[in-house]
Design a protein around this ligand. Structure first.
Ligand code: OOG
Ligand code: NI
Length: 453
């Protein structure tokens, strides 16, 4: 139990995500413009769709809409990753899911640090997609060694951040004052650096192997490379981005537009070219930071996910080189096979739902049926879609690619290695699907206990 004078980890996360957003807006002014656009589109969508407004409010999602952000970083060593795991724990964020990006030609594997409990998610669902560079996949022995040497010399955490992480671990939390210090110190790890730690030639050599390697190895820290607000209408934001001076990536990743959104749709504005000062006094540029938006829908069961993956693969065979409109049309046709209403998705066990009592259900007692469908039909129970809180490897790869110059390489494929990732992390990653299944199961159990008892 936390002591009374200690802040909850939810509050620490909330303070941190706000400070991170302020820092990123100051660093990347276009991100501020993106936030404005998303806010405007969300307001328009809510006023045009009163039913959506009602549903989000009932699900407690309205309040968290404006705080909804995810970020992404990339680190170079196991030591860095395991310390990050401890840093995120201070904010109630734990590693969920294993993502193998080698399949898509990117030499990293990843997890998402995020809150897990319903209450924590409702208060602030901030998450950070965190990738570990896989030097073992680099062909050139010399470059691999050079990278290891460079990475071994840096410490991406401030001494005070380390102290506060230890304090959190020994006393079970941080006081409000310590939390403010922690936020300030932790933010240093995610800050942008205009100075590279290496000379231009080294940067170039690493960049020629893979742009991502240069991005991870040549700087003092794992700069946050994007932050992502949640939109209620991604198609409108994509269309309006150019009007506001942003250059969107070619297509929206993920499933097509639907009545009942599933999983996650994402798009981004392209990475900015930024000037860098290299060791030895050379000037050059580096592109790393971009802006992204996401629209979230219901979490899918393994059966639903298998259908999604199958349809996505089918769609991708027909969409190469298409513009967004044509791409979405193809996806729409292909996804016609995926039922587009909550009831069908529930009955066919394609998606996860949270069950709760209606007003009538709250008054009822001694009901003799444990059949949830029958209880719904009698108006005693209602089912709400559980929002997907995680990521999609194919979409993530699409986001990586559009910011890495679009070149897809097969060189690293077929190298999933969850054990190695967990060893580097110093912890196990939680299986994301088991979390949704558990939330569904608990809600069912609670409803039945109340109705039958
Ligand atoms: C991470 C890309 C993945 C997402 O939203 O899928 C990601 C990166 O570029 O480091 O953030
Ligand atoms: Ni992202």
């Amino acid at each position: 139990m936390t002591q009374p004078n200690l802040l909850s980890t939810n509050d620490v996360r909330d303070r941190f995500s706000k400070a991170m957003s302020a820092m990123y807006q100051a660093e990347v002014p276009q991100y501020g413009t993106l936030l404005e656009l998303v806010e405007r589109v969300n307001q328009e969508t809510l006023s045009q769709q009163p039913e959506l407004h009602r549903r989000l409010e009932a699900q407690g999602e309205l309040a968290r809409l404006s705080v909804e952000r995810h970020g992404a970083i990339r680190v170079g060593t196991a030591t860095e990753l395991s310390m990050l795991c401890r840093l995120f724990a201070v904010m109630g964020m734990y590693p969920v899911g294993y993502y193998d990006l080698s399949e898509a030609g990117v030499p990293v594997h990843s997890t998402a640090f995020r809150p897990i409990d319903d209450d924590a998610l409702a208060m602030n669902p901030f998450r950070v997609f965190t990738s570990l560079l896989r030097l073992e996949l680099i062909e050139s022995e010399a470059l691999r060694q050079r990278s290891e040497e460079i990475l071994a010399k840096r410490d991406i955490f401030t001494p005070r951040a380390r102290e506060l992480i230890e304090r959190h671990e020994t006393q079970g939390g941080l006081s409000s004052e310590e939390a403010d210090q922690f936020v300030k110190e932790a933010l240093e790890t995610f800050r942008w650096h205009q100075d590279a730690t290496v000379d231009l030639e080294t940067y170039q050599a690493l960049h020629d192997e893979h742009r991502l390697i240069a991005d991870v190895v040549c700087f003092r820290g794992p700069h946050i490379n994007h932050l992502t607000p949640r939109t209620l209408d991604i198609d409108v934001v994509q269309r309006r981005m150019p009007e506001m001076g942003m250059n969107p990536k070619a297509v929206i990743e993920g499933p097509p537009r639907r009545e009942c959104p599933i999983l996650l749709r994402q798009t981004s504005f392209k990475a900015l070219e930024e000037s860098i000062h290299f060791a030895g006094d050379a000037q050059g540029t580096h592109t790393a930071r971009f802006g992204e938006i996401e629209q979230r829908g219901v979490a899918l069961t393994p059966k639903g996910r298998a259908l999604y993956d199958q349809l996505l693969t089918e769609g991708r065979k027909q969409t190469a080189g298409l513009d967004n409109d044509a791409h979405q049309t193809v996806m729409n046709n292909v996804f016609a096979k995926f039922p587009d209403n909550d009831e069908a998705m529930r009955r066919e066990s394609l998606a996860y739902f949270h069950y709760h009592l209606t007003e009538k259900g709250q008054a009822a007692k001694g009901v003799d049926s444990a059949d949830i469908e029958a209880l719904i039909a009698q108006g005693l129970v209602e089912a709400q879609p559980i929002t997907y809180e995680d990521f999609l490897p194919v979409s993530a790869a699409g986001i990586f690619q559009s910011n890495l110059g679009g070149a897809e390489s097969e060189a690293y494929a077929g190298n999933a290695n969850r054990d190695a990732f967990e060893e580097a992390l110093g912890a196990q990653v939680t299986d994301e699907l088991s979390l949704y299944a558990e939330r569904e199961r608990m809600s069912k159990q609670k409803v039945l206990a109340s109705l039958i008892g």
